[in-house]
Design a protein around this ligand. Structure first.
Ligand SMILES: Cc1cc2nc3c(=O)[nH]c(=O)nc-3n(C[C@H](O)[C@H](O)[C@H](O)COP(=O)(O)OP(=O)(O)OC[C@H]3O[C@@H](n4cnc5c(N)ncnc54)[C@H](O)[C@@H]3O)c2cc1C
Length: 274
């Protein structure tokens, strides 16, 4: 839709050009959310895509660095790489976002995380793989924060005026993990009722991130394989289930318990603990 209050569109070439950001001049990623509803408080946009960031890079320590401007399509084109056993989870999470061809090719990883929807497709990915955001601060510095700590609530994050998400850093150990994914919706093409992304590390650690059914990403960790009862108890302790048109809170909790047990069996085996 048109955003009639906009009077400027900036095309930055360097980081210094981001100084234009304010309460009413905000970063533009792919624009798929910004242009999907009225933004009457905005007077300008700063298009991050003109900064020309490389979509993704292998870090020296074997981890993965994704630019905030990496699109959903680019994310799923990262080739199979030695040591990156977790790569299939990237596609599973990206595809959990209900989207047209246009959204697929323009929505960015940074925009998805910064929008902070409960069903934030890349939020669950970052939560399960302990990804850290590199956030550029207006004083020229940067701060780092786990994706799971960045998202505080639906549509609420820790981002402050003038800050920009620069990249999402995935540690090598998490990239080497075995992963599993489950998603359910009330209808075949419905918005997610709950989304579960999980990993099992080489040292046996088990990490599960639940989004979609909770108002913020909920990360559950066990140093080794959890027993079925331990995992069910951890899910029962989550306080942030919510009800909306896409599912009731008690349904979301119940199906998450079932799907988590499926994941436990997939990643750990059917025994009580291994
Ligand atoms: C029809 C439709 C269906 C959708 N369904 C889903 C869904 O199922 N799951 C889901 O997760 N999302 C869904 N979304 C919303 C989705 O999160 C966004 O469309 C998309 O991921 C946002 O990415 P973008 O790059 O287009 O962000 P933009 O629209 O460009 O920006 C979104 C917000 O993030 C800010 N922002 C962008 N980049 C940065 C950055 N690098 N640093 C700081 N702030 C930044 C912008 O200022 C803005 O506030 C849907 C949207 C639409 C229109």
């Amino acid at each position: 839709m048109d955003l009639p209050t906009l009077t400027e569109m900036r095309l930055p070439a360097t980081r210094a050009d981001l100084a234009a950001l304010s309460d009413t001049v905000v970063p533009l990623g792919g624009g798929t959310w910004l242009f999907s509803e009225p933004q009457d408080h905005l007077t300008g946009l700063v298009d991050l895509t003109t900064l020309g960031w490389t979509p993704w890079e292998r870090r020296e320590d074997g981890g993965l660095s994704l630019a905030a401007t990496c699109t959903m399509a680019e994310l799923t084109r990262i080739p199979a790489t030695e040591g990156w056993r977790a790569l299939p989870l990237f596609r599973r999470c990206a595809e959990s976002l209900l989207q047209s061809f246009k959204v697929w090719n323009t929505a960015t990883v940074g925009g998805n995380i910064a929008t902070a929807l409960a069903a934030g497709a890349l939020i669950g990915l970052g939560g399960a793989l302990d990804a850290e955001l590199v956030i550029w601060t207006p004083d020229g510095g940067e701060r780092r924060q786990l994706v799971s700590a960045f998202v505080l609530d639906q549509r609420r994050t820790t981002i402050r005026r003038g800050e920009v998400v620069r990249s999402i850093e995935f540690p090598a150990a998490a990239m080497a993990a075995t992963t599993a994914f489950r998603r359910i919706a009330l209808s075949p093409l419905g918005r997610a009722g709950t989304v579960l992304a999980a990993r099992r590390d080489a040292d046996g650690a088990f990490v599960l991130c639940i989004t979609g059914g909770t108002t913020r990403p909920e990360v559950i960790r066990f140093p080794g394989a959890p027993a079925a009862g331990e995992l069910a108890a951890a899910i029962a302790a989550i306080p942030t289930w919510f009800t909306d048109a896409h599912g009731a809170a008690d349904w979301r909790e119940a199906v998450s318990r079932l799907l988590a047990e499926e994941i436990r069996q997939e990643l750990v085996g059917t025994g009580s603990a291994q």
